[in-house]
Ligand binder design. Structure first.
Ligand SMILES: [Zn+2]
Length: 394
């Protein structure tokens, strides 16, 4: 489906409701939005006439009168793209942001924007053809670092060498010939959780992204909060210690320098080489290198040194969360991005610190959970970003 143009705020609310809640009867739509029957009928008729909304089959009868259910056009297709440091993931969704096709391929952001953007275009076009869509309604893109959302450019020389001010949005818009929106990965993971994850039932929540790069996404009052210059939630370089490890940004003691994957691997290599961890030393001898998955496996198998490494990282993460939670009072904290097996070990210790150190009023009923959507949250969130733009009133 080509260009979508909504004529007014009623239409925007109607299509967003159908996106988020799926097919609905006219009565349900009118009740949910508080629209009079005549306004509802005329706006829905316009949306149907423009091919944005269609009849989805009969609804359960209410008061003896049968009414049909309406849904977003079955031909609507969005794409979500996640550019990770070491791979590209792409999904094509329907209008309700259900994933219809998905692909992943290895890629190195260090190669610079042109080759990576070229592969993104190829993958999006391949999936679009695979699902039989002639056109895409919109494409959302997650980048692994700060993004200037106004200009659609990357704003992070440390995280994305060579990408500084590269016009990601404009380059992709020219190739894909549809609206393209760009944001940082933590924000889009939060949006994905809001659409299809546990964030669905919370108006205020915090998404904490661990892994190679750490960050967070904030949903406030039901909407993503970006701050004055779209850098809200960028917590990677919070200073945790004056003489801590050196960070990729050039400072010392940043949150990411303590708790990112690279920090955990560096500590694990120390433990292996110094003989403090037999399990990690064995793994290093066998594989020639270590990954965070090796640390998780050694900790799970009971290696005390590996457990100490993970616990220390978790405590630091917990203390950062204590600050964030007391400042922002989220209804839930969702944690994602940790390597397979690592999340559960981290979670127990993070919870212990958060519940012990926070004010009871802030955390008394606040769950701290691992994301059950995993990486798919980023794809759904990217598609949702595109849909938020397309489903805005003119
Ligand atoms: Zn830093």
């Amino acid at each position: 489906m080509a260009l979508v143009r909504l004529e007014n705020a009623h239409q925007a609310r109607l299509v967003r409701l159908l996106r988020d809640d799926g097919p609905r009867s006219r009565v349900e739509l009118g009740d949910a939005l508080g629209l009079s029957r005549s306004t509802l009928t005329s706006e829905l008729d316009r949306l149907v006439a423009h091919g944005l909304v269609e009849v989805a089959g009969p609804a359960a009868s209410r008061g003896g009168r049968r009414s049909s259910r309406l849904r977003l056009s079955g031909g609507m297709r969005f794409a979500g793209v996640v550019v990770a440091p070491d791979r590209i993931r792409v999904a094509v969704t329907d209008g309700e942001l259900n994933v219809l096709a998905e692909a992943t391929e290895p890629s190195d952001v260090g190669d610079g924007p042109e080759p990576v953007i070229g592969r993104v275009v190829d993958l999006v076009e391949k999936l679009r053809a695979e699902v039989g869509a002639a056109e895409l309604t919109g494409v959302g893109v997650a980048l692994p670092g700060p993004v200037d959302t106004e200009s659609g450019t990357s704003a992070a020389p440390a995280a994305l060498p060579g990408w500084q001010r590269y016009p990601v949005r404009d380059a992709l818009t020219a190739e894909l010939r549809c609206p393209v929106l760009v944001d940082n990965d933590a924000n889009l993971l939060a949006l994905g959780e809001q659409h299809a994850g546990i964030g669905r039932t919370f108006d205020d929540f915090l998404y904490l992204k661990l892994g190679t790069a750490v960050g967070s996404g904030l949903v406030l009052g039901g909407a993503l909060y970006r701050g004055a210059t779209s850098s809200a939630g960028d917590i990677a370089h919070l200073p945790l210690g004056e003489d801590g490890p050196v960070c990729a940004c050039g400072e010392t003691g940043c949150f990411e320098a303590y708790c990112g994957d690279a920090a955990l691997v560096r500590s694990a290599l120390d433990a292996a080489r110094s003989g403090r961890s037999a399990a990690l030393a064995d793994r290093l001898a066998a594989a020639g290198s270590l990954t965070v998955r090796d640390v998780a496996a050694a900790a799970t198998a009971g290696d005390p040194e590996a457990q100490t490494l993970v616990r220390d990282a978790a405590r630091r993460i917990g203390r950062v969360l204590v600050g964030l939670v007391s400042f922002f009072n989220p209804g839930i904290v969702v944690i994602g991005g940790a390597a397979d097996g690592l999340g559960h070990i981290l979670l127990a210790e993070i919870r212990a610190v958060v519940y012990r150190r926070s004010a009871p009023l802030a955390t008394g009923t606040m769950p701290v959970v691992l994301s059950d959507l995993g990486e798919r949250a980023g794809l759904v969130g990217a598609a949702r970003l595109a849909s938020e733009h397309v489903f805005a009133a003119a």
